[in-house]
Design a protein around this ligand. Sequence first.
Ligand code: FES
Length: 284
Amino acid sequence: MQANQVKPTNIFTMDKARIVRFYDLTRDVRFFQVRPYTLDMAYMMDYRPGQFMMVSIPGVGEAPFSISSTPSRPGLFEFGIRKMGVLTEKLFELKESSFIWIRGPYGNGFPIEKMKGHNLIIVMGGLGAVPLRSLLLFALDNREDFGDIYLLYGARTPDDMLFRDEYLSMKQRDDVKVLLTVDSDPTGVWSEDIGVVTNLFSRIKGIDPEMTYVAVCGPPVMYKYVIKELIKMEIPKHQILMSLERRMKCGVGKCGHCAIGYIYTCIDGPVFTYWDVIHMKELI
Ligand code: FES
């Protein structure tokens, strides 16, 4: 296959991929770096931040996982996967260079073209750090396309914070404002904030709400409080974007597992605006 060919369009096509690297992000979340089996295929698999892939092990199962890498660094897919079932237990047993199968990318992802030219506030909690890392890295790799960039991340403890060292080192940069907080600090060495993520909003200064997009992903309980802050800041509702999780099976709008009314999270989402959520409260 030549590098300038496009990926086959069968939506169910699975590709063999190799785990090239992994390490633990927390006690039960592992970072996986995966490369499609052939280099040509690796460079053909374009995607946008906010999309997901179906990952499978033959004879074990298949599940959707948010992509955590950025398309601006092509050739590899990165995932942050929590151990929580038969498939993920098996994934955690695999060694580097093991093969898995992937298909996708699926889902709408973030509307990058509309977001360009705007400020960007990224608000993450828990596993929400996985899909939003893709958006953050993409924006930093295309820094001139965005105004001010803020990262607000709340975790339970420092040891529960995914990509903690990566975000702590980002604090050295002067083109992104990184604000990290934890509910509590059993380590006793945490030098960042302690408290809920909404406490950090008072540190966002001087941005024009009309010129700002906000991306939010975290546990369901977080949205209510974060959205309250964003409404107070007068961020337009269609510029508040939420990446929402839903039980998915086929990933391509065929099985109905992810359906809420007429909406299929796998194809209409997983990224929704606050307007969508107002009209369909069951989304959160
Ligand atoms: S996951 Fe099958 S329809 Fe959405």
